[in-house]
Design a protein around this ligand. Structure first.
Ligand SMILES: *[C@@H]1O[C@H](CO)[C@@H](O)[C@H](O)[C@H]1NC(C)=O
Length: 561
């Protein structure tokens, strides 16, 4: 209270004192009016919208949002590479950091139950079910028994849920939160689960990504969605989903009508490509949204839909194709993928900073891909200590894009005009595409000879870049190196709690445990509920195989012949 002796206003000055009393009286009056006014509002919500923080903190004190970022296949070297790339391209000093760097808390050990080197399925199930399982397992334990996931438990406990990816929505990471399958290649079954065709019914409120292929029939020439459906049971799950109440969005134009989340009706099924959304380096903004647009659309939609609820939402955001660039050993594509992921993370943190709902954001990787090293010995001589980001800056497309372009060109080129093909390789692929001018005739001959073997063709293209940049790759698969953990919360006390639990070096399953405990989820109960869930399907080699070429079938299927 302000008293007579208060030094708020100069004492001994009578008009001043009177003035202070007036102010005080006025202030009390305003407070009383505000309190009465706000109390008379029937919706708690309107009160806190009008007077955020008024009369004590959050509108729903226990309301929580969790946004879980997975940078698929991003190891420490990808971060170092991207940081240096940005410093070079933007002319920044050595102390320029990635947005993520500021939120570093620790590292995660990634092995699966049956291998020191995990795949994305076991890696994601470690987060979603909080247990170690075998490579290829989607939401099932080492015995093949379905295990309750964070997303399912959150939904059953009143949260809204969402999945945002840049690859197929049926791919291992999103699938491990929303489906149960003995093998990751059972993408037809995974699609069914994701739409609610299992014991629990619909658990996902929003899906944005690629992977339309597993939702509509193979060979359906008259399909309204495209010509690359892969379902072998003849079912049109998109049609069924719409009849079931889902709102379907299938292209950029209809995605725009979502107005960045302001105009979303849940449940939302946004399948924006048959397989992958193109790499960021190749992406045409007129045709596909960015990861940031996808994520912000999802967050705005889920925030809006939970505005009047005591429960928030659980959202998975995956930088899916960092991993693909790693498998392809394509550093020019990868630095742009990591940058897009990093920008998305920043936008989401900014969102949380301005939200009055308690929000936890965690970012980690399931594993490293490619065995990337930011150094490479390129001759017998003792190596110089350097690598050259300018080589990546000159490259204008991914090897995936350039290989596709070259294959299409060959299909259109007759035997008699082979000279044109060689010119095309030199000028369009190597000079314009890779930004390389110091190639040899041998390089061009080799590229020409590899057109019929896309895997080797892409390998040659990326190696021309990596060699010149002096970047090393040790594998087309995954590696066992520890990956980083990043975290943010808009609630101060929580930051130290997160550091306490996730700071330092941890097993990947502990990240799942942290989210489970934070949201107070009962995964065991869910596991009990899904005991009888069908988790197997006649093996169908659809979009993915558990090997390095997992993306190549989709790449080939997408070529228009
Ligand atoms: C699973 O199936 C068995 C046998 O049909 C049945 O007794 C049990 O109640 C089912 N469990 C659940 C959780 O549906």
């Amino acid at each position: 209270m302000i008293t007579e002796g208060s030094n708020l206003l100069p004492s001994g000055n009578k008009p001043g004192k009177r003035y202070a009393r007036h102010i005080l009286f006025g202030l009390v009056l305003v407070l009383v009016v505000l309190a009465t006014f706000s109390h008379n509002f029937t919706l708690k919500d309107q009160r806190s919208t009008l007077f955020p923080g008024f009369l004590g903190g959050h509108k729903h004190p226990k309301k929580k949002n969790v946004i879980f970022f997975v940078s698929d296949g991003m190891g420490p070297a990808s971060l170092s590479m991207t940081r240096s790339f940005q410093q070079f391209t933007d002319g920044l000093t050595f102390d320029h950091m990635l947005n993520l760097d500021e939120f570093f808390v620790g590292s995660s050990r990634t092995r699966s139950s049956n291998s020191l080197v995990t795949d994305s399925a076991a890696g994601a199930t470690a987060f979603s079910c909080g247990l170690k399982t075998y490579n290829g397992a989607i939401g099932v334990d080492p015995n093949g028994q379905p295990c309750g996931t964070l997303l399912e438990a959150a939904k059953l406990q009143g949260y809204l849920t969402g999945l945002v990816v840049t690859t197929r929505i049926t791919d291992a990471t999103p699938a491990s939160f929303s489906a149960h399958a003995d093998r990751r290649s059972m993408e037809q079954l995974i699609a069914q689960h994701q739409l609610g065709e299992y014991e629990l019914g619909r658990m996902v409120d929003l899906m944005i990504g690629g992977g339309r292929t597993s939702f509509y029939p193979k060979g359906a020439a008259a399909s309204p969605y495209g010509i690359r459906g892969s379902r072998t049971d003849g079912r049109d799950l998109i049609k069924e989903a719409v009849a079931d109440g889902w709102h379907y969005v299938g292209d950029r134009e209809s995605f725009n009508t979502l107005s960045e989340g302001d105009n979303v009706k849940l449940p939302l099924l946004a399948l924006l490509a048959d397989y992958d959304i193109p790499f960021e380096i190749d992406r045409l903004d007129s045709e596909y949204p960015s990861l940031k647009e996808e994520a912000m659309t999802a967050i705005n939609a889920l925030s809006k839909a939970t505005r009047d609820s005591d429960q928030g939402f659980f959202l998975l955001v995956e930088g899916s194709r960092i991993d693909h660039a790693g498998h392809l050993n394509d550093p020019a594509a990868q630095v742009r993928e990591v940058t897009a992921y990093d920008e998305t993370f920043k936008a989401v943190v900014e969102y949380a900073k301005n939200s009055d709902v308690e929000t936890v954001i965690i970012s980690t990787s399931d594993h490293e891909t490619g065995g990337l090293v930011t150094a490479r010995q390129v001759s017998k001589a003792y190596p110089d200590y350097l690598w050259l980001p300018e080589v990546l800056a000159k490259a204008q497309h991914s090897c995936e894009y350039l290989a596709r372009k070259l294959i299409q060109k060959k299909l259109q080129t007759s035997e008699t005009s082979k000279g044109n093909l060689v010119k095309f390789i030199k000028h369009e692929i190597v000079e314009a595409g890779l930004g390389i001018n110091d190639y040899t005739d041998e390089d061009i001959k080799e590229l020409e000879s590899l057109i019929d073997t896309p895997g080797f063709l892409m390998d040659k293209l990326t190696d021309m870049v990596s060699f010149r940049a002096q970047l090393g790759w040790t594998t087309h698969g995954h590696s066992a190196v520890d990956v980083n953990i990043y975290a943010y919360s808009n609630k101060d006390g929580l930051k130290s709690k997160i550091l306490d639990k996730l700071g330092g070096n941890h097993e990947n399953i502990e990240i799942g445990h942290f989210m489970r405990n934070y949201l107070g989820l009962d995964l065991k109960k869910v596991t009990e509920m899904i005991k009888n869930t069908t988790h197997t399907q006649e093996f169908v080699s659809s979009a993915s195989e558990e090997n390095y070429f997992e993306y190549i079938p989709s790449f080939l299927k997408e070529i228009e012949i």
